[in-house]
Design a protein around this ligand. Sequence first.
Ligand SMILES: NC(=O)c1ccc[n+]([C@@H]2O[C@H](COP(=O)([O-])OP(=O)(O)OC[C@H]3O[C@@H](n4cnc5c(N)ncnc54)[C@H](OP(=O)(O)O)[C@@H]3O)[C@@H](O)[C@H]2O)c1
Length: 295
Amino acid sequence: MQTTETTGFTPHTPLVLGMMRLHDHPGLIKPARLADWVAARLDEGLDVFDHADIYGGGECERLFGDALRAHPLLGKKVRIITKAGIVPASQDRSPWKVKHYRAEAGYLKDAIDRALASLAVEKIDTFLIHRPDPLMQVDEVARALERAVSAGKVRQIGVSNFLPEQWRWLAANTELPLACNQSQLSLAHSDPLFDGTLEAHLADGLHWLAWSPLGGGKLADRIPTDVLDRAREETGLDETGLAISWLRQIPGTPVPVLGSMNPDRIHSALHGARYDLPRPIWYRLLEAVRNKAVA
Ligand SMILES: NC(=O)c1ccc[n+]([C@@H]2O[C@H](COP(=O)([O-])OP(=O)(O)OC[C@H]3O[C@@H](n4cnc5c(N)ncnc54)[C@H](OP(=O)(O)O)[C@@H]3O)[C@@H](O)[C@H]2O)c1
């Protein structure tokens, strides 16, 4: 399959900032406040922001766009990932009101246009199909994505939550290289390291963007205090830094998609992203969270 060395998700990209929880932060609802927050992240060297059309029922993309509309220079500096293809039950216009997937050519084309307008950017850096859709007509979807790239609306494409054979099927049907697969990976969700998923990413040269790297906030409670204290003392990292450092040791250097918007936690995560975690601590954390030693 075709991959590219110029995807922009290099081992030097320490973190992607996830925007799924943006609408939950009252302090960032005002465009000027959010613009300041974005500018502070850019100053830290973090310029990739992860969105999806369904986050906050569409509010997250719109709020982010309002900040960029208020401060157009920021729009030239940020790199946007966004995704589409999931229709929540509440947004199903049929009488069935059923949650479903729409990896359909026309739907994705419209979703890209909507995202460009909501986010107030000229180009989406990376557009992802949010979930594999068993009803996807791969050739039609591939042509729609190719048209979006050649029209300059999207720089590169990727997938999210795809299994290896699912991304390979798309890759086999398009000339476009796939930039990444965004899927769940953390100390709290480590099975993909033991079932061949890791090796599939590496073999295909697909960058792994790891969502919920802190287990959605539940990870810290799953590390026993004695292990946490000892690891903290030896590394100087807090629980956030340890979780991020743990991810970054994995071959291919997965890029965490961090959901926190708290500057202190982002700082801890950045510290962790640059720390080389010794192998015994890596395994001790894994053992502690899984509550069992490796075989
Ligand atoms: N592709 C997909 O299907 C998919 C699915 C889910 C998510 N995502 C992406 O991944 C991003 C991250 O997901 P996520 O938000 O679940 O990631 P996360 O980074 O694992 O979790 C962040 C959340 O955990 C809280 N938290 C972290 N450490 C904590 C601690 N020690 N104590 C209390 N709370 C703590 C944060 O609160 P604070 O704000 O207080 O720090 C924040 O609410 C999303 O924004 C989205 O962009 C993608």
